[in-house]
Design a protein around this ligand. Structure first.
Ligand SMILES: NC(=O)C1=CN([C@@H]2O[C@H](COP(=O)(O)OP(=O)(O)OC[C@H]3O[C@@H](n4cnc5c(N)ncnc54)[C@H](OP(=O)(O)O)[C@@H]3O)[C@@H](O)[C@H]2O)C=CC1
Ligand SMILES: O=C([O-])CC(=O)C(=O)O
Length: 252
């Protein structure tokens, strides 16, 4: 059974702590001690207010569901403490210098960095971009204005540009674009729309390349405690953890 330590005890953290299937939660950490203690009451794992104490506990993989800044601060320490890490706030890896240094650290300590599919589908086969030419990738994301902290009364373009710029402006909303960029190895064009008519998080992905063309539309239900985060993002973490020890590996 996989043993995890949970870094970030908010909306996704709560879903993980309440659905322990194929893994057990062994330790909890959040910058808000109340959040970690709330989850401790739900799942029985101890809450730590000191990161070093948390990371010294006996678990196999640290599951990050906190923020881009938390990844920058803690991911290197997780690897230095000889633990694998699952990173949901993958936007942190848009900084190529940081990404390289984290990969070097993972190699040095013989550890893995897992990036779940998060709030989209198709990330598995988008990796063909690393071996076969991809000509263009566009992600068009539509969310409610509330999710984007905007107040608009009609469909409004919040951002158009590249993924690594968009994540700087919307670190809680467009991690998926960085996951696509890393998977494909391509610069990803992003359009981010605020639409008062929608109550879903919609991701339209358009890819063209040597393989042909793909148009992927994911219409996500928001998660219970954070409308900006799709429920699918939490489910993708649960399914990654459930399959970690499975001898059958499905999807590329
Ligand atoms: N890859 C993907 O496809 C997706 C990624 N995400 C990302 O996943 C992450 C988790 O999402 P969600 O659970 O909804 O977010 P929440 O804000 O509900 O929960 C995050 C928790 O982590 C805490 N936290 C934030 N920064 C730190 C830090 N530096 N150190 C310790 N704790 C910290 C937060 O505290 P506080 O409340 O004080 O900030 C909060 O308790 C987010 O970064 C989100 O953007 C979400 C959806 C899809
Ligand atoms: O949950 C979503 O739909 C996408 C999201 O917030 C992110 O990628 O950061």
């Amino acid at each position: 059974m996989v043993r995890i330590g949970l870094l970030g005890c908010g909306n996704v953290g709560k879903i993980i702590a309440t659905h322990q299937d194929g893994f057990t939660v062994e330790a909890l950490f959040d910058r808000l001690p109340d959040h970690a203690e709330d989850l401790a009451r739900i799942c029985g794992a101890p809450a730590y207010s000191d990161f070093q104490e948390f990371i010294s506990q006996d678990f196999d993989i640290c599951v990050e569901a906190a923020s881009v800044l938390a990844v920058r601060e803690y991911a290197p320490k997780v690897l230095e403490n000889n633990k694998n890490i699952l990173i949901l706030s993958v936007g942190a890896l848009s900084d190529t210098y940081f990404r390289k240094s984290l990969l070097d650290k993972a190699r040095e300590h013989g550890r893995k960095i897992h990036i779940p599919s998060g709030a989209i589908m198709g990330l598995d086969n988008l990796k063909v971009g690393q071996i076969s030419k991809i000509d263009s990738v566009l992600l068009r994301t539509t969310k409610s204005p509330e999710s984007l902290n905007m107040q608009v009364t009609e469909r409004t373009l919040a951002f158009r540009g590249k993924a690594n710029e968009c994540i700087k402006q919307f670190p809680k909303n467009i991690n998926v674009s960085v996951a696509i960029a890393i998977a494909t190895g391509c610069d990803v064009d992003v359009e981010l729309w605020a639409d008062p008519e929608v109550d879903r998080n919609i991701h339209d992905i358009f890819v063209t390349g040597e393989f042909g063309e793909a148009n992927i539309r994911v219409i996500n239900h928001p998660s219970p405690d954070n409308p900006a985060t799709s429920y699918l993002a939490a489910l993708s973490v649960l399914s990654l953890l459930k399959n970690l020890d499975n001898p059958l590996v499905i999807g590329s």
